[in-house]
Design a protein around this ligand. Structure first.
Ligand code: FMN
Length: 367
């Protein structure tokens, strides 16, 4: 299928359908010599694994990753890295009832219009399971970035209408509740709201915030391939993401220039900024500040609550979706956001190496 590749130097292709034999990714362009093993990739995958409580799908799979190529004696070989995760708990029967019905809010209608048929078993390529390949590849990009002193961390900024204000963030707390909200009181409010929605057979959305630290200034290309444009494209390509903002984002429209500009200053001989309304990106290039991205996730489309829809032949029907679905996507998708951020930044770090002649000459002088 076209459109399953991402990146220009650090490249990834994801493959596999939700209820097919397996899902996975091929990473090409990762430099040789990076320490990587299945365990490190598994740590990332375990954070998106289903079956972890009532706020995620009951589909219960180990999602154990196997590295098929490109790694030798614990190090990347510079050759394509093939990653595979088997689908062990795929129940096609759950989908037989809806195979000819278009689920409101899902990709079914578009697939039929585009290809003339669709893999209705679990949503095929439009399933949340497609993100396994992204996360496995993102884990390798994340390890590469760690070598360069770059860290990536995402948490929930809002669950449904329960949003965290700037002064309320306690990142330690985000590790302790199933919503990954960085505030205890707000997590308990989110729990009340989510329980009510689940009882009603409904679903909820939310906002993920991703912070990237340690990116040197000047990463990103200044015209079409702006860092903010490419990060937004990568994160917007995750299923159910309907909005992306960087730094002040939509708020900036209501601010004055004097409020939104970040004053430059010198600290210990280094140029920095006194605030970070830019979210770490100016002119399409990193400005040395922490990169801050937020992604708005819509409520999960597959819901038990009765809705109106149509069959493939146009007959109008009522639909109630019984399969196993995430009542909210954000907590499981945080690691997917981190993965897309890692893949994008890793690619740009490599692209940036060709920006200056003197650095290219320095590099080749070493041979
Ligand atoms: C990690 C993850 C899990 C998801 N789980 C479900 C799910 O259980 N049920 C569902 O209907 N959609 C789920 N989705 C969302 C659909 O994939 C998505 O809404 C659908 O493909 C339509 O695309 P769009 O919302 O981007 O327009 C999930 C998405 C992600 C990223």
């Amino acid at each position: 299928m076209a459109g399953s590749h991402y990146g220009r130097i650090f490249k990834v292709a994801t493959w596999g359908e939700s209820h097919g034999v397996a899902v996975g990714a091929v990473v090409d362009g990762c430099p040789a010599g990076l320490n990587i093993d299945e365990e490190k990739i598994q740590d990332w995958l375990d954070r998106r694994r289903p079956g972890q409580g009532k706020y995620s799908t009951a589909r219960n799979e180990a999602d154990k990753v196997r590295i098929l190529s490109g790694v030798f004696e614990g190090k990347t070989e510079g050759t394509p890295i093939s990653l595979l995760v088997e689908n062990s708990d795929a129940r096609h029967k759950d989908y037989d009832k809806i195979k000819d019905i278009y689920r409101p809010g899902h990709a079914d209608f578009g697939f039929d219009m585009k290809y003339g048929f669709r893999d209705y078993r679990g949503g095929g390529r439009s399933s949340g399971r497609e993100t396994i390949g992204r996360v496995a590849a993102g884990a390798i990009a994340g390890e590469f970035l760690k070598e360069l002193g770059i860290g990536i961390y995402a948490f929930s900024r809002a669950i449904g209408p329960v949003a965290i204000e700037d002064g309320e963030i306690d990142l330690e707390e985000a590790r302790d509740n199933p919503f990954r909200l960085p505030n205890k009181e707000k997590a308990s409010m989110a729990s009340d709201f989510a329980d009510r929605m689940i009882e009603e057979g409904d679903s909820i959305g939310g906002i993920a915030e991703c912070r990237i630290s340690g990116v040197p200034a000047g990463i990103g290309e200044p015209v079409f391939d702006k860092l903010d444009a490419m990060l937004s494209a990568g994160i917007m390509s995750i299923g159910a993401v309907k909005g992306v903002e960087i730094g002040e984002g939509f708020n900036a429209a209501a601010l004055r220039g004097s409020e939104n500009n970040d004053p430059f200053r010198t600290e210990g001989g280094r140029i920095g900024k006194g605030s970070n309304h830019s979210g770490g990106i100016l002119g399409g290039m990193s400005d040395g500040g922490e990169i801050v991205i937020r992604a708005a996730f819509k409520p999960t489309p597959s819901i038990r609550k009765r809705q109106k829809s149509v069959m493939r032949d146009g007959e109008e029907v009522d639909i109630s979706i019984e399969g196993r679905h995430d009542p909210l996507i954000v907590p499981r998708a945080l690691v997917v956001v981190e993965a897309m951020a890692a893949l994008t930044i890793a690619d740009f770090m490599l692209i940036n190496m060709s920006a200056r002649l003197n650095r290219i000459k320095d590099f080749y002088r070493e041979f």
